[in-house]
Design a protein around this ligand. Structure first.
Ligand code: ZN
Length: 210
């Protein structure tokens, strides 16, 4: 399986990070990148801050699980390729990402490292959540304080367009995970922090920072 991540998919977050990643150009294709399967962090396991970075940020995101093989999927049929959603945290070494962008280099060192993709163990059938992937609310609390609030209606590119764009280049397979971008409010993690993510009021993911 592969993990596909979308960058800059909420305007307010793109604004907050524009010094790091630049603002998306009007009408530009969504920005995406991959994490390998070794990046998975499952079962509410703790996240250990790696030695090679001084600045790891959390990015809480809606995660869509692909349920069938598809290639060059059109946006109008994209909804047939998923029926469950969950939450994840795209842990990002912001200092390394800044270096990569300044040097015009790939983002893997900042994004694809081991355990950088925390994924909630439970995915929820979309039908149970009202059936509309463009109308979901999620939030992340750090040490009990809400830091990120996402509403999928605010995505710059909705899920179905993301699937269409990515599948133009890469075949999607059953079990692939699509991290759909993070809303505003990302920030650094420190040892001892406790992260909790909820989707439509249900706590799906816990992750303690060590
Ligand atoms: Zn992200």
């Amino acid at each position: 399986m592969k993990i596909i991540c979308i960058g800059r998919n909420y305007a307010a977050h793109a604004e907050e990070l524009h010094r790091t990643t630049g603002l998306p150009a009007e009408g530009a294709e969504p920005l995406w990148f991959l994490k390998p399967d070794t990046a998975l962090l499952r079962n509410h396991d703790p996240f250990y801050i790696p030695v090679f970075t001084d600045e790891v940020h959390y990015e809480c995101e809606l995660v869509v699980r692909i349920n069938r093989v598809g290639k060059a999927i059109s946006e109008r049929f994209a909804h047939r390729y998923y029926d469950e959603v969950g939450l994840g945290i795209d842990f990002t070494a912001r200092d390394l990402q800044r270096q990569a962008i300044a040097g015009g280099l790939p983002w893997e060192r900042a994004k694809a490292f081991d355990r950088s993709a925390a994924v909630a163990p439970t995915f929820i059938p979309l039908a149970e959540l009202g059936g509309d992937v463009r109308n979901l609310r999620f939030e992340l609390a750090v040490n009990g304080e809400v830091r990120q609030q996402g509403d999928t209606s605010q995505m710059l590119a909705p899920v179905d367009r993301l699937i269409a764009v990515v599948s133009r280049y890469m075949t999607l397979r059953m079990g692939d995970l699509l991290f759909t971008g993070t809303p505003a409010g990302t920030g650094p993690v420190r040892p001892g922090d406790s992260l909790r993510a909820t989707l439509e009021g249900r706590e799906l993911l816990r992750c303690d920072i060590r």
